[in-house]
Design a protein around this ligand. Structure first.
Ligand code: AMP
Length: 388
């Protein structure tokens, strides 16, 4: 991957694809982690004598302008964080009006374009759009790790038409996650949770040969328990994946650690009645909502001594306070590890670690859910490939 130092930026206008796909409610930004994560690259470019044109998507508009998905609220927040004005350009990124506006930028100045998914060609990687976007910069930098798995115009399409490089965030993510594919230090323990086996099967399959232990919690554990002949009551599971689960247990059983007890609920609700039951003997009308206390201890001791750790996906329905304890216990156990390289990836595990107050005690928190999983599946990301 080409890096920022390989790019001639002095006096140039640099088009930067960032990931400002942040939660916004009634025009108010709910979480600015992704905006903060873009600052080092912007500051480096400005310090190197460039002007900066920022480009991002937000949400899923239907290929046309939609005020619900405007990036306008980002500009003042970014301006506060950067400590300088940020000019918001409300016209379509491909328009001549936008071109005229970016042409007025002086070195050291910053502009933010409107949502690039308002362009019908964006997700089609349309060559006409690529050419229009390429007019906006003398060089292109990809720093949107969260979008690097998309072969879209603003990610990989425009890169083919301009001198390009990966930004600091992209480089940081690729290095951090790359270490999980080839861990330098063992034991290597992976914790996978979340709702469905089907979403994470490829990651599980790709990492199992490499890891020393894989702890499987969350809703997906019940498919494995059912595959072993356990009674899982009303717990979430995927019958289509029972054979696959059996195959993995047969091949890697020594490495896979499943929860032995479950905090079950009599309804999918924070008001549910609860009881702790063996994971393989959940009563008919009850469903597994979190790993139980014995499993919390077993998972924490399986983590002891680990030197490389990756965690993706909550251990239970952590959105309900009553069922957040397993996820919080894992957050603490990961954060407490001494001298280990610890990485958290994916949206829900990131909000879980943030909620538990342990975020600054892990080595790396990935900003890209889908992108980090695809990388760990062993796939090549179109955005990263385009930075070669
Ligand atoms: P994912 O996006 O695949 O990481 O899945 C996260 C979602 O899995 C969260 O919304 C959790 O509420 C859900 N989840 C975790 N454990 C369970 C469970 N035992 N039953 C139902 N949903 C679960």
């Amino acid at each position: 991957m080409q890096t920022l130092d390989q790019l001639n930026i002095q006096g140039k206008r640099v088009l930067v694809r960032v990931d400002y796909n942040v939660p916004i409610k009634d025009g108010v930004i709910q979480d600015d982690t992704r905006i903060t994560a873009s600052l080092p690259t912007i500051q480096r470019l400005l310090a190197g004598g460039a002007s900066v044109v920022l480009m991002s998507h937000l949400g899923r508009p239907k290929g046309g302008p939609d005020p619900k998905y405007t990036l306008a609220p980002i500009a003042p927040r970014l301006s506060d964080l950067l400590g300088q004005p940020v000019k918001f350009i409300a016209s379509l990124p491909s328009s001549d009006e936008t071109l005229a506006q970016v042409q007025t930028l002086e070195p050291g100045e910053v502009a933010l374009l409107e949502n690039v998914r308002f362009e019908p060609g964006e997700e089609k990687n349309d060559q006409g759009l690529n050419e229009k976007l390429a007019r906006l910069g003398d060089a292109f930098v990809l720093d949107a790790f969260g979008s690097a798995h998309r072969a879209h115009s603003s990610v990989s399409g425009v890169a083919g038409l301009l001198p390009h490089a990966g930004g600091l965030l992209l480089a940081d993510e690729v290095t951090a996650l790359g270490k999980l594919l080839h861990p330098a230090e063992r034991p290597y323990v992976v914790i996978i949770g979340g709702a469905k086996v089907s979403d994470k099967l490829k990651v599980i399959e790709n990492l199992l040969p490499t890891v020393d232990r894989m702890l499987i919690g969350g809703g997906m554990a019940y498919t494995f328990v059912k595959a072993q002949g356990g009674k899982i009551g009303k717990s979430i599971h995927e019958d289509d994946f029972l054979d696959k689960a059996r195959e993995l247990l047969g091949k890697y059983g020594g490495k896979i650690v499943l929860p032995t007890d479950t905090l079950a609920g009599d309804a999918f609700s924070n008001d549910a009645n609860t009881r702790v039951v063996p994971t393989n003997a959940i009563p008919d009308d009850w469903e597994g909502m979190d790993i139980g206390p014995e499993s919390q201890k077993a998972f924490a001791s399986a983590l002891e001594g680990a030197r490389t750790v990756f965690w993706n996906g909550p251990m239970g329905v952590f959105e309900f306070e009553k069922f957040a304890s397993g996820t919080n216990a894992i957050a603490r156990a990961v954060a407490d590890l001494q001298g280990a390289y610890t990485v958290i990836g994916g949206g829900d595990s990131v909000s879980a670690i943030n909620k538990s107050g342990q975020a600054d005690r892990v080595s790396h928190i990935s900003t890209g859910g889908g992108a980090s999983l695809e990388l760990l599946e062993g796939q090549k990301l179109p955005g990263v490939e385009a930075m070669a």
